[in-house]
Ligand binder design. Structure first.
Ligand SMILES: Nc1nc2c(c(=O)[nH]1)N[C@H]1C(S)=C(S)[C@@H](COP(=O)(O)OP(=O)(O)OC[C@H]3O[C@@H](n4cnc5c(=O)[nH]c(N)nc54)[C@H](O)[C@@H]3O)O[C@H]1N2
Ligand SMILES: Nc1nc2c(c(=O)[nH]1)N[C@H]1C(S)=C(S)[C@@H](COP(=O)(O)OP(=O)(O)OC[C@H]3O[C@@H](n4cnc5c(=O)[nH]c(N)nc54)[C@H](O)[C@@H]3O)O[C@H]1N2
Ligand code: SF4
Ligand SMILES: [Mo]
Length: 758
């Protein structure tokens, strides 16, 4: 049962690294590698230049370079990649990339490293972690990783080791909208942007914060189908630029406008009464609460004109159900995110756009899809379970069970690592194993993270660069880049089931390993090898497909395989086509849909506009309501951030091609404010508050509110190892206080700052 081996060709010559070469120990430059070996034929794989993870098709061209295109089979992604996706080869072949395990010599963060062999790295980590476990308990070691294929293996190691303390990036990014969806719908919900005729967008900047399929979807709606786009955003983002209407909303007040939309839908009798009657519970309480939230009230809170809120709501209702209010992605705008995201969802629920084209819908994974079809249209994947995993009694340091009952426990409240380490709350943390995460830039209060990392007994970082955070590790483990590794088949279902898989495109450059192998080998050294019974990635993939080699080959060959037809349960034409295709499909309802099968995994089985469960967990919050928040002092300016199209978070600032495109972030400031502070474009400025102080330069622009300043995130690295990024621009995390929001446990990425000319 051997799978085809791809042909690997040997080539000569280097990639496109353009900057002066550093000779950092462990770097590609130090190792003196110059060959690029890989497949000359296109290999279907998955991008990891950001965590959107788009399907790609990549090959080595003349042994010199890697060409990365979108996978044409993945239609919704438009068969294309974004600028960062296309620059993957520049990261792969960057001479500053670390390709050898490193050991810290000298003080933490000082930047003195010694190359070591993997054996020594594993031995050192195992000795330290096992010692800490014996002396203080396994729970005093925290494990963190951006969620995705990589986190699964690390968290499996954490469990095998005996620690409950595993964290993803959830509390710094998607946490609120996911938790709000869980509270209202019983789980995550998706948006059908491409079929929408009217899109109301609250700071979801899909034309810079790119997700190829959603970005394409919105482009398609706007350009091909003439959809109207209304954007509420404190600054003139690219999405605002492409909108029909832009309102410079006051930061953190989106919830007021969303509730005023709900108010208008109800008071002007524009809501879908049949939908509410059939699928919604808690409407009466909600309606009572939003009575007070008039557009006039919302204007006083948000600066969005009442008459526009009213008109937009009417237009939206007229386009419904093929219309939606986008619930956003990064959800760390305010401590009242839970209310904000619930209010955004409520504005969808009221127009009854759930499971309708252009509205919101649930992902159709194989198991549920097959039930509707009455036959096995799509294969289901098996998950390897491991017997005898240790029972963990220790409580998590974020106490999710008590405080944040809806925060999914594998994600957790990431920033509690700081409290646990520095204040022994609820107990003393001793060590941190981190992978694919750079909290010094992406969490908040950089100084507190430095303090945390100085205090811990032992730190391991797995990354491809010595990130700002990895710079404080004791042992650095170099992961192979995504172009050099194989991974499990992943589920990419949307309106119908779909799978895709990451496959290596080039042979490993240097002495790096994929993280599934790293954590398995470390488990061996820790004495937990029995919990990693699989031999390699191929064993795992074969297990997933239950040894159906043909299926595995198909997924590998095509890269992205979708099954069946798109299905939305309340969309008559889709249900009709679906039933026609599958003779044993569930019988249709009288109205020709599957509307009666739409149910929700909430305690009531309905959409909970008001929720007893939430009330129990967080008294006073059962009903969605507006709560005033103070995010800055009166004499400060709001400081907000966002993504830029050519960089990913705090990850790509050192990638040569992308660094060449942009290596610095100016602070956007309104002409009136700039005038008062005597600041002109290009001036050197200081940005400061009680948390930190940064130097940067100004971009004076009318594309921002006078009371707000903005910077693209991810710049201003304070780490000398990231030579192309060091000291360039404003380090946002250094200005953000350590705040944890109620209910969701989220970090807050908006604060107040003062600005002065230097
Ligand atoms: N101030 C501020 N902070 C923010 C945000 C903001 O807008 N403002 N946005 C938030 C959001 S939305 C998010 S998602 C988070 C993201 O923050 P993080 O979860 O920290 O993720 P990234 O910054 O994308 O990347 C982290 C690290 O992954 C490494 N990496 C890249 N590829 C690989 C790989 O294949 N293997 C391994 N092992 N490592 C790899 C990179 O080198 C980088 O050091 O930041 C949040 N933080
Ligand atoms: N090019 C690129 N694409 C990416 C990423 C990347 O780093 N680079 N990261 C990926 C990730 S991890 C994520 S989470 C998504 C994030 O995608 P988005 O959710 O779009 O994230 P941001 O750009 O952080 O924030 C969106 C906008 O919110 C605005 N904003 C700030 N505060 C407020 C507020 O209070 N109200 C309103 N209405 N708007 C506000 C900002 O000005 C910004 O333009 O992008 C993904 N795609
Ligand atoms: S959005 Fe761009 S960088 Fe992110 S996975 Fe897709 S192609 Fe890659
Ligand atoms: Mo994110």
């Amino acid at each position: 049962m051997k799978l085809d081996r791809r042909t690997f060709i040997k080539g000569a010559g280097a990639g496109t690294a353009t900057c002066a070469l550093a000779t950092l120990p462990g770097s590609l430059a130090a190792l003196g590698h110059s060959e690029l070996q890989g497949s000359a034929e296109s290999v279907a794989s998955i991008c990891e230049m950001c965590s959107t993870r788009c399907p790609i098709s990549a090959r080595v061209v003349n042994g010199k370079n890697v060409s990365i295109l979108g996978n044409a089979n993945a239609k919704s992604f438009g068969g294309a990649v974004c600028a960062r996706g296309g620059a993957g080869h520049s990261q792969l072949y960057d001479k500053q990339r670390i390709v050898k395990p490193l050991k810290r010599v000298g003080e933490r963060g000082e930047g003195n490293w010694q190359e070591i062999e993997w054996d020594e790295a594993y031995r050192t980590i195992a000795e330290n972690l096992n010692r800490i476990k014996t002396q203080h308990g396994a729970e005093t070691v925290a494990f963190s990783s951006k969620s995705g294929s990589l986190s699964g293996h690390l968290f499996h190691l954490a469990k095998a080791f005996g620690s409950p303390n595993t964290f993803t990036h959830a509390s710094t990014c998607p946490g609120s909208y996911v938790i709000a969806a869980k509270a209202m719908f019983g789980g995550k919900i998706k948006r059908d942007l491409s079929n929408s005729k009217y899109i109301i967008n609250f700071g979801h900047n899909l034309y810079e914060g790119i997700n190829m399929s959603e970005t394409r979807g919105m482009m398609n709606a706007q350009m091909e189908k003439g959809a109207k786009l209304v954007v509420f955003e404190p600054r003139f983002s690219i999405v605002a630029d492409k909108a029909d209407e832009w309102y410079a909303i006051k930061p953190g007040t989106d919830v007021a406008v969303a509730l005023a939309i709900c108010h208008t839908l109800i008071s002007d009798d524009l809501y879908d009464k049949d939908f509410v009657a059939q699928y919604v519970t808690g409407f009466e309480d909600f309606a009572k609460e939003v009575k007070a939230y008039t557009p006039e009230w919302a204007e006083s809170v948000s600066d969005v004109p009442a008459e526009d809120i009213r008109r937009i709501t009417h237009e939206y209702a007229a386009a419904a159900p093929h219309a939606l209010v986008d619930f956003g992605h990064r959800s760390s705008f305010t401590t009242e995110e839970f209310e904000m995201r619930r209010a955004l969802y409520a504005a969808n629920v009221l127009v009854g756009n759930i499971e309708r084209k252009g509205g919101l819908y649930f992902g159709k994974k194989a198991s549920s899809y097959n039930k509707f079809a009455g036959e096995k249209v799509a294969p289901t994947l098996a998950k390897p379970g491991v017997d005898g995993m240790p029972k963990i009694d220790a409580k998590r340091i974020d106490m999710v069970d008590e405080q944040y009952a809806m925060t999914w426990s594998s994600g957790g409240v990431y920033q509690t690592i700081l409290d646990s380490t520095l204040d022994a709350v609820p107990y003393q943390l001793r060590a941190w194993v981190m992978s694919r995460t750079n909290p010094m830039q992406t969490m908040t209060d950089r100084a507190r993270i430095v303090e945390t990392m100085q205090k811990l007994d032992f730190i391991v970082a797995c990354d491809i660069y010595i990130s700002e955070s990895a710079a404080y590790a004791d042992i650095f483990l170099p992961e192979s880049t995504y172009l050099e590794r194989d991974e499990e088949i992943a589920d990419k279902s949307s309106k119908n089931p779909a799978y895709y898989v990451r496959q290596r495109v080039v042979e490993t450059i240097g002495d790096t390993k994929p993280s599934w192998q790293i954590w398995k080998e470390l488990a061996d050294e820790l004495g937990q090898g029995q919990f990693f019974p699989w031999e390699n990635m191929e064993t795992l993939q074969l297990f997933q497909v239950q040894r159906d080699v043909n299926l595995l080959r198909k997924i590998k060959d095509e890269g992205f395989v979708s099954f069946g037809k798109p299905l939305m349960l309340r969309e008559r034409s889709m249900v009709r086509d679906f039933a026609a295709a599958y003779p044993s499909a569930k019988p249709l309802d009288e109205d020709g849909t599957y509307a009666s099968h739409l149910s929700f995994k909430t305690p009531s089985g309905k959409i909970e506009l008001s929720s007893d469960k939430v009330e129990e967990m967080a008294p006073g919050r059962g009903v969605i309501r507006y709560r005033e928040v103070t995010m800055k002092k009166a004499d400060e300016l709001f400081f907000i951030q966002g993504k830029v199209a050519v960089h990913t978070n705090a990850a790509t600032q050192n990638v040569p091609m992308l660094a060449n495109l942009m290596s610095d972030n100016a602070l956007w400031i309104h002409p009136i404010t700039a005038g008062l502070l005597n600041i002109s474009s290009g001036d050197k400025i200081r940005i400061y508050n009680d948390t930190g102080s940064e130097e940067g330069h100004a971009l004076v622009t009318p594309g921002i509110r006078p009371d707000t300043v903005f910077a693209y995130m991810g710049c201003g690295s304070k780490n000398k190892e990231l030579a192309r990024a060091t000291g360039k621009g404003v380090h946002c995390g250094n200005l953000l206080p350590h705040v944890t929001s109620p209910v969701t446990g989220m970090n807050l990425h908006t604060t107040g700052v003062k600005v002065a000319k230097i």
